[in-house]
Design a protein around this ligand. Structure first.
Ligand code: GA4
Length: 350
């Protein structure tokens, strides 16, 4: 069992804000599966069809047979654990997040909190803030951590690009790499996040029970959509991730699967497909007994990229649902928002 050391139980009010009464999330939803080995062979068309249907309905799916080495995933998880096991004062040398670097309990710049500590890094080695740079200096074997992050990011970026190419093919977007080239671009503004959700301590759980007797859980990361194109998540064997159905109200729990990736559509891909694909709301609850460690690649375009519906997929006479904007404008606006805001509202045509 993985139990990492708990962050100091200091900001009691912050923690209280993370305790939310929850209804039972449904777990009997079958998560769509995209098999990349099948996509490389005769099954390609079938996989493409399922993928596009899934992005239209749910915006979330699991990827299997992806070819990323289990050893690499395990190595990075071990490096992340060693980092999160450091004393708080050491970790704080890489913080507060600006937005890159180490953060604990505070998410983003606008007052969101969660039962989580994290490291947020840029995937381009030349985009470093002092904080994120410090990350690899404060651990004894910082070089091997950096190397594992770089190797892992290269591998998951490959998976994200393969998936984007399958989508483009099925949507008849020309050229086939019109989407994936935004991630492959040297100037791609992609991020990488390592999250550690410590177990929610029993003494706190007792104190936090709402008077009504309803169940209360510690919210690790509040509900939100991702602003980028596509996110690729891998976690250890601890549950906690919940995804919202298209109705905007029904949540389901995602059973963990450390050997697979979970992918979700982000806001930018929703716009590039003129609302055909769904940017999906998701959130994470802390487990009462086990640490959850997740690693997420957020595939974003270069800052100057225009985010507008792709020509090839527009039907004749179809109107653009969104105003014209660049990724840089959208990103700036996202950082002025709260986690749970519907960020695309400002960019929709009235
Ligand atoms: C959500 C997706 C990514 O984790 C992230 C987050 C970012 C942050 O943690 O700094 C944001 C959040 C995310 C969206 C709204 C803003 C920005 C926190 C927040 C309140 C790194 C990202 O790109 O957007």
């Amino acid at each position: 069992m993985v139990v990492l050391s708990l962050p100091a139980l200091d900001h009691y009010t912050l923690i209280k804000e993370c305790a939310v009464p929850v209804g039972t999330a449904s777990s009997n939803i079958e998560i769509p599966v995209v098999d990349l080995a099948a996509a490389a062979g005769e099954g390609r068309e079938e996989v493409r069809r399922t993928l596009v249907r899934t992005c239209e309905d749910l915006g979330f799916f699991k990827v299997v047979n992806h070819g990323v080495a289990t050893e690499l995933m395990g190595r990075l998880e071990a490096e992340a654990k060693s980092f999160f096991e450091l004393p708080l004062a050491e970790k704080e040398k890489s913080g507060p997040p600006d937005p890159l670097g180490y953060g604990s309990k505070m998410i983003g710049p606008n007052g969101d909190v969660g039962w989580v500590e994290y490291l947020l890094l840029h995937t381009r080695p030349d985009v470093i803030s002092l904080n994120s740079l410090a990350t690899f200096r404060i651990i004894p074997d910082g070089q091997s951590f950096r190397a594992a992050v770089d190797e892992y990011v290269r591998a998951v970026k490959g998976v994200a690009c393969e998936v984007l190419e399958l989508m483009a093919e099925e949507l008849r977007i020309e050229p086939r790499d019109a989407l994936s080239s935004m991630l492959r671009d040297d100037k791609s503004d992609s991020l990488f996040r390592l999250n550690h959700y410590p177990p929610s301590p029993p003494q706190l759980q007792l104190q936090l029970q709402p008077p009504s007797g309803s169940r209360s859980q510690l919210l690790g990361f509040g509900e939100h959509t991702d602003p980028q194109l596509i996110s690729v998540l891998r976690s250890n064997d601890t549950s906690g991730l919940q995804v919202c159905l298209q109705d905007g109200a029904t949540w389901f729990s995602v059973p963990p699967d450390p050997s697979s990736f979970f992918i979700n559509v982000g806001d930018s891909l929703q716009v590039l497909t003129n609302g055909r694909f769904r940017s999906v709301k998701h959130r994470v609850f802390a487990d009462p007994t086990r640490s959850r460690v997740s690693m997420i690649y957020f595939g974003g375009p270069p800052l100057s990229q225009r985010i507008a519906p792709m020509e090839g997929l527009m039907e004749e006479g179809e109107e653009t649902l969104y105003k014209d904007f660049t990724w840089s404008e959208y990103k700036k606006s996202a950082y002025n928002s709260r986690l749970g805001d519907y960020r695309l509202a400002l960019f929709e045509k009235s």
